[in-house]
Write a protein that binds this ligand. Structure first.
Ligand code: HEC
Ligand code: HEC
Length: 181
């Protein structure tokens, strides 16, 4: 395997692990939130929208993925194992990551870790475009995270874990702007 691929796989795993860590920590953080840091009470909820008339016929279909997700999967069909840069149009930092891992990284690693939607980083209607400056921020965050994992953490002695690692979620905890305290 090429070095890039190994690193790519590692990143993908780290991102997913980070998400899971985040999910398991999220509850704790909410419980521990002090009155000062706690978010303001939610606005009064709007009454439930009127429910659609029940259809007496077919049972409800399985939950469907959004059309844009289906479209990306369709685009990479059969090419999931190729390096992302050979399948997508504008890959700069995720070179060597399998094309099939890009969508999971976007959905689990990015959307969930930062608590944002795809449009936080992407210009509407064009995934390859760099018109949204947050996309470049995310690229540099990706490299920063890699550097922390590959260089900085590795050089600290006497850590508990054999392979200490961080991910986007380690800092972001479901927020676009991480808290300082
Ligand atoms: C935190 C920012 C961020 C979020 C949120 C995000 N992306 Fe991305 N996305 C990126 C970055 C950065 C790249 C380019 C990676 C690179 O240069 O190697 C990218 C690349 C892509 C590409 C490849 C485009 C191409 O042809 O080059 C697709 C497709 C994509 N994202 C889909 C999505 C989808 C779908 C979502 C929501 C589920 C999403 N992204 C959410 C930052 C983000
Ligand atoms: C070591 C902590 C840390 C890690 C790890 C980290 N970030 Fe960040 N991120 C920050 C900080 C700090 C900011 C700046 C917030 C501000 O503007 O005050 C930020 C800002 C961002 C922004 C801009 C948000 C906005 O709305 O302006 C994006 C996008 C982003 N990070 C994506 C990522 C992604 C994707 C990853 C994982 C690949 C990641 N970050 C990993 C600390 C981190």
């Amino acid at each position: 395997m090429k070095k890039g691929m190994v690193i790519g796989l590692f990143y993908g795993l780290v991102l997913l692990m980070g998400t899971m860590n985040y999910m398991s920590c999220a509850k704790k953080i909410t419980q521990e939130a002090s009155p000062i840091t706690a978010s303001p009470p939610a606005p009064p909820s709007t009454p439930n929208p009127p429910t659609a008339p029940a259809t007496a016929t077919a049972p409800s279909p399985p939950p469907q993925e959004p059309p844009f997700v289906a479209a990306i999967k369709e685009k990479i069909k059969g090419k999931e194992d190729l390096p992302a840069e050979e399948v997508f149009e504008n890959i700069k930092v995720m070179k060597g990551v399998k094309a099939g891992n890009i969508l999971p990284i976007m959905m689990e690693g990015f959307n969930k870790s930062l608590g944002v939607r795809c449009s936080h980083c992407h210009a509407r209607g064009n995934w390859a475009s760099d018109d949204n400056p947050k996309k470049q921020v995310a690229r540099e965050m990706w490299e920063m995270t890699g550097k922390i994992n590959k260089e900085l953490l590795m050089s600290i002695k006497n850590l508990e874990s054999a392979q200490p690692a961080i991910a986007c979620a380690t800092c972001h905890r479901g927020k676009a702007i991480p808290k300082v305290e």
